[in-house]
Design a protein around this ligand. Sequence first.
Ligand code: ZN
Length: 179
Amino acid sequence: MMNKFCSICGAKTDTSIPEGDNRKRAVCRNCGTIHYENPKLVVGCIVEQDEHVLLCRRSINPQIGKWTLPAGYLENNESAAEGAIRETFEESGAQVELCGPYRLFDLPTISQFYLLFRAKLVSCPFLPTSESSEVQLFRWADIPWEQIAFKVITTTLRHHMNDAANGRNFEFTNHIIHL
Ligand SMILES: [Zn+2]
C-alpha cells in the first residue's frame, strides 16, 4: 500500500518509476520526494523455562484469541535484541535475557521478516497485558497447536520442540515462507 500523501509537504503522490530506478514508488506531485517502502522486521522471543515455553493469548487483532510467542515490529533506533526484549515485556510482562538468535523467516509475499530469539526468564511474574488476555507457560504436550496465531510461530515452536526432544543445539537457521 503506497503512501497517498507526501509525508514532507502533504500534497498528493503519484505512483511512478523514478529516473534511474526500476520499481514503482509513491512520488510527491509537489516537492518530488520519493517515498521508499521497505520490508518490516518483526522481532520476538521463545522464552524457555524448565521444559516449558511462554505463550501469550492475543487480545488484539489480527488473530484475536489465539496464542502466540511475544513478538512485534522493531522500532527505529532500536537493536533487534532490544526490540525482542521490549516486545516480550510489553506483551507478557516478563523480563528476559536473550540466549541467542534462533529462527529467521523471510516472508517475501508480505514483505516482512521475523527474527526470533531464544530467551530465559529473569523475573517472574508474567501477567496479562493490554495486548494479551492471558500469559502462560506451556509444556510441549499442552501446546494448543490448533490455536496458534501465525504460521511462523507454529513453525518456530515445532522446530524448538524437535530440537529439545533430540538433544540438539538450537542452531540458528533461516527459512523462506510464502504465505
Ligand atoms: Zn511533497
